[in-house]
Design a protein around this ligand. Structure first.
Ligand code: TXA
Ligand code: MG
Length: 323
């Protein structure tokens, strides 16, 4: 297993040697390597078993550090970055040649963000290169929101996990870019759309393409548990499947089911608080995936605020894999 700790110097030393380190962010844990070192970047793809057509996000310490990597920063996107960085927002910008092709999968835009976690911000401030970091999970599986999640799946493959506790937001960053003069959302995430629209006006949401996605976070099946994952009306499904003799696991928004053992149910937010539900979503999916349940039943949350991103992840968890 990897060494788990809070030693920024040690994390920085591994990264300077071209090794990978798992880093905490406010959204999910990242699997980080020196973005300018092609060998380190290729080992990110290998470690995650990630196809090389799926580009990586550059993580930098501040807005000022973006300059060497992008050729343009459109006004509206800059306004969003100024308002929400450090935070759960990733911006797609025209890239400079300084960014290795492998990071962008050969695309002409690079994804950039300033993550909001004190340990990772302190780490980035010590480094003289940006970090390329996808979520620290095997490709297609649920993103990790605790150091232990990373250790369980990638611990034998990396030397160090920087432990920043449980991620405060719990959903991956919202990805934005421009097409013509229009702001486009490519992935719903931890930054609520209404906050974006309050600053730049109405946006287009393009987060549901299925074939040949421009961002593989758009693949229909993603963030998926290994057990069958079924979405529907829990009040009907739970008794029906118990009747059929199934050992059901239940991921509910706020309802506790007295008929089920506690280790086979997970309530996202008893008080129906969407940020709390988002923060706990991936942990709940993992716990149920590891439980004795035969299958997991889940329900949509209200389609407002962060509820849209939560429902997006639930749909992808329920989709049949196509790869
Ligand atoms: O919250 C997050 O964004 C986390 C933390 C670690 O920062 N990272 C994350 O990375 O979720 P990843 O690799 O799991 O998802 C990044 C998404 C991918 O779907 C990728 O295709 C898209 O961003 N992306 C990255 N660069 C892109 C580019 N140049 N053009 C289009 N999409 C891009
Ligand atoms: Mg990911």
């Amino acid at each position: 297993m990897a060494e788990v700790g809070v030693d920024i110097e040690r994390a920085a030393a591994f990264l300077r040697q071209g090794q990978l380190v798992a880093i905490p962010t406010e959204t999910v844990y990242g699997l980080a390597g020196n973005a300018l070192d092609v060998k380190a970047v290729s080992s990110i793809f290998e470690t995650k078993n990630r196809p090389s057509f799926d580009p990586l996000i550059l993580h930098v310490a501040s807005l000022e550090q973006v300059g060497p990597f992008v050729s343009e920063f459109p006004e509206k996107l800059k306004c969003l970055a100024e308002a929400f960085w450090p935070g759960p927002l990733t911006v797609l910008l025209p890239r400079k040649a300084s960014v290795p092709d492998l990071v962008t999968s050969g695309l002409d835009r690079v994804a950039v963000r300033v993550p909001n976690h004190p340990l990772t911000l302190a780490l980035l401030a010590q480094l003289d290169f940006p970090l390329a970091a996808p979520s620290a999970n095997p490709f297609g599986y649920i993103s990790p929101t605790q150091a232990g999640h990373v250790d369980a799946q990638l611990g034998t493959q990396i030397p160090y996990i920087l432990d920043g506790g449980a991620c405060a937001v719990g959903l991956e960053s919202t990805i934005v870019g421009m097409e013509e003069e229009q702001v486009v959302i490519y992935r719903l995430g931890g930054l609520d759309l209404s906050k974006i629209e309050a600053l730049v006006g109405q946006v287009i949401v393009q987060a549901h393409s299925s074939s040949n996605p421009s961002a593989p976070g758009q693949l229909a099946s993603h963030y998926a548990p290994r057990k069958p994952f079924v979405l529907g009306n829990l009040q009907e499904l739970v008794p029906q499947l118990i009747q059929q003799g199934k050992e059901v696991g239940v991921l509910s928004f706020s309802t506790h089911f007295p008929s089920l053992p506690t280790d086979r149910q997970f309530v996202l937010s008893p008080s129906q608080d969407l940020p709390e539900a988002a923060q706990r979503l991936f942990m709940g999916m993992r716990l149920l995936d590891e439980s004795a349940a035969d299958l997991i039943l889940a329900e949509f949350v209200p389609e407002i605020g962060l509820g849209r991103a939560i429902n997006d992840r639930l749909k992808r968890a329920a989709a049949q894999p196509t790869h």
